[in-house]
Ligand binder design. Structure first.
Ligand code: MAN
Length: 496
């Protein structure tokens, strides 16, 4: 190799790349690249390391940190550590690094042929993939057109559905109004019955209170006094034979020694009623059946009968009308006109709900189309047909599914629920090409939410070719697709 300086053709020192040859002028002293010193040119490649950066010994192994340039004519030039020079191992395909023994065969033409073959194969994949990519673009165009037409149709359907809903709403309101008017009569009746029942209950309560007052007021002076209470065993709750103050606090609380019936009803009766009724229950056992024998020793017989009753309740309830409930709690029966109005209101409500649902469905689809129209499917929409598809990959433990523009999942081969490894987020780029980013997947145990990077490259078919988890819950996939087979001059250049 030669170097032309001022029109003079000079030899390029061994191990120097053509790009660096200008720094090695045999007519001048050599300045080390790091500027540490300037040495006579005769010391370059003299097998003694003078420069700290090894720049004076590009063609020998004298410096541990120097670099040697393999010209590798016919293939790709290469830079190796100068420590590998003359170490017995052929590093350069032209054998130039082993110039002392000169034992290396020049294999550059073989490597070049292999690289050409690889590049050719790759170019073939690109060319075939590109054909498919053009088809994908065509499909994407059709899909887009169909979506636009569908959106137009949906817009019309929406207007129609809004009208239907409005009409159904009006019908529902009218039917409900008629139903309410008809039911009002029944409601009024029910309200009246309820009030009457309340009144009756109140009266019964009053009667019970009156009876209690009458019983407690032993001197019948219509006033209840402390001593009248104190002699009633009812209130001797601890059964020590006396009624002490703490057993009748409700009485003492009145801060008076006697009360009339009204005061009794208002303030005392609600407090003593449970105790009083309990006591009354104890001293007034339930009345026996008319045909039931009375007397102490019949207890056993009664027990027996009770047992029989429990076993055969049907026999007992047979013809005895008095066992029937007095009041029926069933829904009230309505007259035919009201029944019809109720049915009509029910039907109108159902119609309205179905009209509303139909409108919701249309709005949902409109929204979906809008959302999808905002997705970036690549510069020529070439990735659009991949939306809605899923591609699987199975390794030793899991089945992974890549659904572009949607999500990535992982399912254990041994069964169980799928784990979401991320939902579609955005495109990114790496040295190798485009990357699909999926984020916000299921949370990792004690860690971040799962996420996946999908490195996309050109291939004849859509295929996930590998899956890794370089960090816990951070996944990387490699995905080949014809959509990535755009032939550019850069691609061809890179291949060679
Ligand atoms: C599951 C899988 C793994 C992940 C662990 C984290 O087993 O999703 O990929 O590393 O959970 O706990």
């Amino acid at each position: 190799m030669t170097l032309i300086v001022d029109g003079v053709d000079l030899p390029c020192p061994r191990g120097v790349s053509p790009k660096d040859a200008q720094f090695y002028d045999p007519m001048k002293d050599f300045p080390c690249f790091d500027g540490s010193q300037i040495i006579p040119f005769s010391l370059v490649n003299d097998d003694y390391c003078d420069c700290q950066d090894g720049s004076d010994e590009p063609g020998t192994s004298a410096c541990y940190n120097g670099s040697f340039h393999c010209p590798n004519a016919g293939y790709v030039e290469l830079k190796i550590l100068s420590s590998r020079v003359n170490d017995g191992i052929c590093d350069c395909c032209d054998g130039s690094d082993e110039y002392i023994s000169n034992h290396c065969e020049n294999t550059c033409h073989i490597l070049n042929a292999a690289a050409m073959a690889r590049a050719e194969a790759r170019a073939k994949v690109f060319s075939e993939g590109n054909e498919l990519r053009l088809q994908l673009i065509e499909t994407a165009k059709q899909m887009k057109q169909e979506k636009e037409e569908r959106a137009k149709k949906l817009h019309e359907e929406k207007l129609e559905a809004e009208k239907v809903k409005e009409a159904a709403e009006a019908q529902k309101s009218a039917a409900e109004e008629a139903e309410n008017a008809a039911l009002e009569v029944y409601r009024a009746q029910e309200e009246e019955a309820r009030q009457q029942k309340a009144l009756q209950e109140q009266q019964e309560e009053r009667n019970e209170a009156h009876e209690a007052f009458f019983n407690l007021d032993s001197n019948q002076n219509n006033l209840l006094e402390l001593r009248e209470i104190q002699v009633k065993q009812t209130f001797d709750t601890n059964k020590d034979g006396q009624v002490s103050d703490d057993e009748i606090p409700w009485y003492l609380n009145l801060k008076t020694e006697e009360v009339n019936e009204d005061m009794f009803f208002e303030s005392i009766w609600p407090q003593i009623k449970p105790l009083y009724m309990l006591e009354k229950g104890i001293f007034m056992p339930p009345q026996p059946h008319q045909d039931e024998p009375t007397g102490g020793e019949e207890t056993g017989e009664r027990e027996e009968e009770k047992d029989q009753n429990e076993e055969g309740p049907e026999e007992d309830s047979g013809t005895d009308d008095s066992n029937q409930p007095e009041e029926s709690h069933d829904e009230p029966m309505y007259d035919p006109h009201t029944t019809r109005l109720i049915e009509e209101a029910k039907e109108a409500k159902a119609q309205f709900e179905s009209a509303e649902q139909a409108l919701q469905n249309i709005l949902h689809e409109i929204n979906q189309i809008k959302e999808k129209s905002e997705v970036n499917y690549g510069p020529e929409d070439e990735y659009a047909p991949l939306d809605g598809q899923c591609y699987s990959y199975t390794d030793r433990e899991y089945v992974y599914r890549l659904c572009p523009f949607n999500q990535v999942t992982q399912a254990s081969k041994s069964g169980g629920a799928e784990t979401r490894l991320g939902t579609w987020s955005k495109w990114s780029t790496a040295d190798q090409g485009p990357v699909m980013i999926f984020e916000n997947g299921q949370s990792c145990w004690n860690g971040p939410q799962r996420s996946t990077k999908v490195f996309v490259s050109c291939g004849r078919a859509h295929e996930v070719t590998s899956v890794n988890e370089p960090n816990k819950c951070e996944y990387e996939m490699h995905f080949e697709t014809p959509a990535a087979c755009k032939i550019t001059t850069e691609v061809r250049h890179d291949e060679l």
